[in-house]
Design a binder for this molecule. Structure first.
Ligand SMILES: *[C@@H]1O[C@H](CO)[C@@H](O)[C@H](O)[C@H]1NC(C)=O
Length: 423
């Protein structure tokens, strides 16, 4: 009975899905302003579609599922239950790959590069039942039983960090997936904050460890002593005032389409230069732009950033400032009420016992390899640390790198199969 309901939901989603990519209007207006400029109409068409729309366009099965967390957030998952060319039948015994995106991102991260290149398709073709989560507050998960994301009266919808994403969103996703498929375990793949939330979940709720065949940490963010990102570095000393200032100004959200894109456009990518190499390098702050397919940049920009809370940023700011991977720091009175201590407790990484495979890039500025080694030294069940062969591999190459399949995704599949054989 469950599959039938799911199928109906999927069909409804495809036919009634009027949603476009988060920044579709913006991309379209640039296209018009430049008379098409130098990007193809194919790319324009793709840039307007949301994540499920893209999957459907390329002939893959797509399902949209909603789950409600124990604290009332209504979240959206996208599922590609099987491949198009290989492993292209429904099979309830397929191993599950559940993927969580990074800060300010969405499920689209694993789709935009298209069939043959993007991680979600590569996994589906390799025989996985692929589920993509969307954390509370992003474009696909801006809903709650009672709170309103656009309320100007207060920003209560936005009062969460990645602590709540790990503690509430992940259990809701994982319980739902396992119940729907009838399986007892899955692979968890998390990019950046998607790795952070995995660590949060299993340290706060260690009973979840047994639900994972493997944890594939793709530059999982935890300690940030060696973080070299100017945004975080400049915000960190002010973490305690960022949030209150933002609330005063009426923002609980960062980098949603209201403010960020306008600013971004004005400052970085004006005068028809939006889709040049310069613009793509500005986004990452790095010069390895030859490792992105520059034709695809409009598509990347149509989907990112996809929204996050101020508190998610502030919490990473705290990790840097206090040089500790610990729970969100309120004021000391609130800490006392919430945690029973004046300072927030550290996440107990000794409780994260799921088999962990940690992948890192030597040129990653967000998750520096030294911080990743530090994390590995604290986790009790590290199967391996895997340095990606290309020396220039950076934080965004995990999702957008033109060679990510060759240097990473194929290897992930080998490691996942290896983990399955150990069960
Ligand atoms: C870059 O993307 C375009 C548009 O999808 C595609 O036609 C082209 O083959 C890609 N180039 C490489 C080197 O992958």
């Amino acid at each position: 009975m469950v599959p039938k309901i799911v199928l109906l939901v999927a069909l409804a989603a495809i036919t009634v899905n009027a949603r476009r990519a988060p920044h579709a209007d913006y991309i379209e207006s640039l296209f018009k302003a430049n008379n098409g400029g130098r990007f193809s109409s194919d790319i324009l068409e793709d840039s307007l579609l949301d994540a499920p729309g893209l999957v459907a366009k390329y002939g893959y099965p797509i399902e949209i599922h909603h789950v409600t967390t124990s604290d009332g957030y209504i979240l959206e998952m996208h599922r590609i239950p099987h491949g198009r060319d290989e492993h292209n039948t429904r099979d309830p015994s397929k191993p599950i790959a559940f993927i969580m995106h990074g800060l300010l991102s969405s499920s689209a991260d694993f789709i935009v590069k298209g069939p043959g290149n993007a991680l979600a398709y590569v996994l589906a073709e390799a025989g996985y039942d692929v589920w993509l989560g969307n954390a509370r507050g992003n474009y696909y998960s801006r809903d709650h039983l009672t709170l309103k994301p656009d309320s100007n009266i207060n920003q209560n919808f936005w009062k969460f960090s990645w602590d709540e994403i790990g503690n509430f969103d992940l259990p809701a996703f994982i319980d739902y997936i396992l119940e729907t498929t009838g399986q007892s375990k899955l692979h968890y793949l998390g990019h950046s904050q998607g790795g952070t939330t995995f660590l949060v979940l299993n340290s706060l709720r260690p009973e979840y460890n047994e639900k994972f065949i493997s944890f594939q940490g793709l530059a999982p963010a935890s300690f940030m002593d060696n973080n070299d990102v100017s945004m975080f570095q400049s915000l960190a000393p002010f973490e305690n005032v960022i949030e209150s200032t933002a609330y005063l100004l009426g923002y609980g959200e960062v980098f949603g389409d209201r403010d960020f894109i306008t600013e971004f456009k004005a400052n970085y990518c004006g005068e028809g230069s939006i889709f040049t190499e310069l613009c793509s390098s500005t986004i990452t702050g790095l010069n390895e732009r030859e490792f992105y397919n520059s034709t695809m940049v409009p598509l990347f920009l149509a989907h990112a950033p996809a929204g996050a809370s101020i508190r998610q940023i502030a919490h990473y700011g705290q990790v840097i400032k206090f040089e500790a991977f610990r729970r969100y720091n309120h004021n000391s009175l609130t800490n006392l009420i919430v945690y029973g201590s004046r300072n927030p407790p550290p996440y107990d990484l000794s409780k994260v016992t799921a088999p962990s495979y940690l992948h890192y890039g030597a040129s990653d500025k967000e998750v520096n390899y030294r911080d990743l080694h530090n994390l590995a030294s604290k986790l009790p069940n590290v199967v391996g640390k895997y340095r990606i062969e290309r020396e220039t591999f950076n934080h965004y190459d995990f999702i957008w790198g033109i060679d990510a399949r060759q240097v990473l995704y194929d290897k992930l599949i080998t490691l996942m199969k290896d983990a399955e054989s150990r069960l």
